[in-house]
Design a protein around this ligand. Structure first.
Ligand SMILES: Cc1cc2nc3c(=O)[nH]c(=O)nc-3n(C[C@H](O)[C@H](O)[C@H](O)COP(=O)(O)OP(=O)(O)OC[C@H]3O[C@@H](n4cnc5c(N)ncnc54)[C@H](O)[C@@H]3O)c2cc1C
Length: 392
């Protein structure tokens, strides 16, 4: 397998690396300290990165975007996440949302969103799936349990749907200019056969953004509750075909899974690089701690796991670029391995930094806090394993 990057891929990787080093790292450390995530959303940086081309990177050329392939998307996400994963997530979440939209919407519906998205460097999109009582359920086809899956209902009356219920943990709920919302249109069948997607352009009567969740990490990437109280959505904003949202989204699972994987990889790389530098400078027993073999071997293990995850991620991305998702378990297995690697690497980083590793004056504690978010994004390890096992 050829691992060399094209000239175009190297150029966009270098642009992302420079943006991360010169702008994201210096500014986001301060923003992360602000007590309330509402005030800390990095609007200026999001706008700046959009103007450099990151928000439009994955939008297909036929819609006016740059049409980057999946490998290029992964490379850019790794670079940006090594600077500030929250800013990287704004772009990559938008890409994921747009791919989701393209998978289920009509051409006319896609065209109602994309031009505004490309014109506005602050355009954010939300995907509303999770609810207080349904998280992993929304990714597992519980065929015999009608209560599993979304509880938020969309009841059809005449030519309109009326949405009632609450979504939870929805990224950029207060910032989004467009949302896709999953709602139950038929509760007499399993959710996989009775759930539909809806378009929502806030503000809207009957729709309210609820509380902001106060997270320990990725604080610049906010999650909100979304509250629906007889919110009227016209039939023209039902995405694609009623009850078929699950079937329509299957093809984009691998891209969504690799999006979270490359975020994890970027965070792990930054932890490793900072720790390598620290171990070369920090002297104990008269020599840099990297020369104490127990520390040197830990760093080597961090390096090895990081490289193994990147290799697997590039292989997964290339397999999608070369003709679709030829092996559905590959991306899921890659995500599980990478998240485990990330939490291994960041824990070892905190260990190698000694007491300074948990001090807020040093950079490692933030990376450690950010890392644990990845257990829950792009599906949990357990969900990814269950689904990958089905394909063995
Ligand atoms: C930073 C962040 C951003 C997010 N952004 C969004 C967003 O934009 N939109 C959105 O809709 N959601 C979002 N979420 C929610 C996320 O998708 C859910 O947290 C995730 O799907 C897990 O659901 P849960 O939290 O309800 O956990 P639960 O489903 O309650 O799971 C709890 C534990 O049980 C395990 N488990 C559950 N079922 C099984 C089973 N059958 N077998 C074995 N183990 C099982 C899980 O793996 C997990 O370890 C976000 C979450 C976070 C932390």
């Amino acid at each position: 397998m050829d691992f060399s990057l094209t000239e175009e891929q190297r150029a966009i990787r270098d642009l992302a690396r420079t943006f991360a080093r010169d702008e994201l790292i210096p500014q986001c450390t301060e923003l992360d300290r602000l007590p309330d995530g509402e005030d800390s959303f990095p609007w200026e940086l999001v706008e700046r990165g959009s103007k450099l081309g990151f928000n439009a990177l994955a939008v297909p050329e036929k819609y006016g975007g740059s049409g980057a392939d999946v490998l290029t998307q992964c490379i850019v996400i790794e670079e940006l996440s090594a600077g500030e994963p929250a800013v990287s997530k704004v772009y990559s979440h938008n890409w994921k949302a747009l791919f989701g939209l393209m998978a289920i919407a009509t051409e006319e519906q896609v065209k109602r969103v994309i031009p505004g998205f490309l014109e506005d460097p602050r355009y954010c999109i939300s995907i509303g799936i999770t609810e207080p009582n349904s998280g992993s359920d929304n990714s597992l086809p519980y065929s015999g349990t009608l209560s599993a899956g979304p509880g938020l209902t969309a009841e059809r009356k005449g030519g309109d749907y009326f949405l009632n219920g609450t979504k939870q943990f929805i990224a950029m709920g207060a910032q989004a200019k467009f949302m896709t919302i999953f709602a139950r249109t038929d509760k007499s069948v399993p959710w996989t056969e009775g759930t539909s997607g809806f378009m929502l352009f806030p503000p809207k009567e009957g729709f309210e953004v609820g509380r902001l969740h106060d997270k320990v990490g990725l604080r610049l990437y906010p999650q909100h509750d979304l509250i629906f109280n007889d919110c009227r959505i016209p039939e023209s904003e039902l995405l694609g075909v009623e009850n078929e949202v699950h079937a329509g989204r299957r093809d984009i699972t691998n891209i969504g899974t690799l999006e979270a994987t490359s975020t994890a990889l970027g965070i792990a790389r930054r932890a490793y690089e900072l720790t390598l530098d620290y171990a070369k400078e920090r002297v104990q027993g008269g020599k840099p701690i990297i020369e104490h073999h127990l520390i040197g071997s830990l760093l080597l293990e961090m390096f090895t796991r990081l490289e193994a995850s990147r290799t697997m991620m590039w292989r997964s991305a290339t397999s999608i670029d070369n003709g679709g998702s030829d092996d559905p378990k590959l991306a899921r297995a890659t995500k599980v391995m990478t998240v485990n690697m990330l939490n291994f690497v960041t824990t070892r980083a905190v260990e190698i930094w000694g007491g300074m590793g948990v001090m807020r004056e040093a950079p490692i504690e933030k990376i450690y806090r950010d890392a644990i978010q990845l257990f829950h994004m792009g599906n949990t390890n357990q969900v990814n394993m269950l689904k990958a096992m089905d394909d063995l």
